[in-house]
Design a protein around this ligand. Sequence first.
Ligand SMILES: Nc1nc2c(c(=O)[nH]1)N=C([C@H](O)[C@H](O)COP(=O)(O)OP(=O)(O)OP(=O)(O)O)CN2
Length: 149
Amino acid sequence: MFAVTKEIHFCYGHRLLGYAGKCRHLHGHNGKAVVTLEAPELDRLGMVLDFGEMKRVLGRWVDDSLDHRMLLHRDDPVVPELERQGEPLVLLDVNPTAENIARLIFDHAAAVGLPVTEVTLWETANAFATYRPAGTTSRPITVTVRAAR
Ligand SMILES: Nc1nc2c(c(=O)[nH]1)N=C([C@H](O)[C@H](O)COP(=O)(O)OP(=O)(O)OP(=O)(O)O)CN2
């Protein structure tokens, strides 16, 4: 099996709903998604997929969909005020933890047909979470996007 891995850097804000620690407050991260694709055979160029193509497909989506946005639970009480102010929001039906953001990026990579096997989301320089599907995959995260006004 061959594997290629690409790092995608982006900034996001969030807070964790129902969490007792400091992450219950609005805060931001310079995050890094580490995306791995695997294939048993290489293409005619000797690649699983061109790193440039990974950047073009995944990097652009992360830039357009997650970068410089607030990622929040859709039930977060701050949502109506941020909507009122025209802030760009990504609303999830789960808490915007590193685990769930990794899952979100994995699901997008799979949906556009990439042979993704694993996504790791580095939330800080010393804390990261990984999503890799198991035999029984949990239901996908539901996402609502509110564009900036
Ligand atoms: N399993 C998870 N635990 C935590 C998450 C998460 O997404 N998944 N998120 C947070 C906070 O949002 C934030 O990342 C702070 O985490 P933490 O590493 O505890 O904070 P510090 O950066 O201050 O850590 P230090 O190691 O003390 O520098 C919390 N937990």
